[in-house]
Design a protein around this ligand. Structure first.
Ligand code: RBF
Length: 164
């Protein structure tokens, strides 16, 4: 059977020296809060210190790519550079084409940002057809799925540490 989610990462990386930025959209706030909580929990399990987990927000998912870039630059300018960024958003399909356009542009720009900033920019965006699907992926429906925010926290630490 296929393994969904990261499962155990291959090595317990040491995140104690890392500084990680989480930038989240505010649309679908209840689900966002659960995902952010999951990411923070996992980062801490890898030893990332609370004071080195910096959380920022933007209005919606469409703002995540540019918001991430500004966030990165601001932290660099105050001499507290980020090792990785986890942009978190929840997109839920509505009755118009907005969903498709925002999903497409946001995904493409977040991918490009990895190369532009030269740090890992994790894909912490849920693109769901229903609210229930998103809630399940945020661990909000008992016994259904795990909180994907935890995977994003683990992915950030692995991507910074693995190639050092
Ligand atoms: N932002 C999200 O993060 N998730 C959504 O599901 C979402 N749906 C939207 C649907 C419509 C019709 C509009 C106009 C905006 C939506 N946004 C959503 C907000 C979008 O990402 C952005 O913040 C605004 O368009 C302002 O640039």
């Amino acid at each position: 059977m296929a393994v969904k989610g990261l499962g155990g990462v291959d090595k317990q990386y040491d995140g104690s020296k890392l500084r990680i930025g989480i930038i989240h959209a505010r649309w679908n706030k209840k689900i966002i809060d659960a995902l952010v909580e999951g990411a923070v929990k996992r980062l801490k399990e890898f030893g990332v210190l609370s004071e080195n987990i910096v959380i920022e927000s933007v209005p919606g998912s469409f703002e995540l790519p540019y918001g991430s870039k500004l966030f990165y630059e601001k932290q660099k300018n105050i001499h507290a550079p980020l090792d990785a960024i986890i942009p978190i958003g929840v997109l839920i399909k509505g009755s118009t084409m907005h969903f498709e356009y925002i999903c497409d542009s946001t995904t493409n720009q977040l991918m490009k940002l990895n190369f532009e900033l030269n740090i890992p920019v994790i894909f912490g965006v849920l693109t769901c057809l229903t609210e229930e699907q998103a809630e399940a992926r945020a661990g909000l429906i008992e016994g259904k799925m795990h909180n994907h925010g935890e995977d994003w926290g683990a992915a950030a630490v692995e991507m910074v540490c693995k190639f050092k």
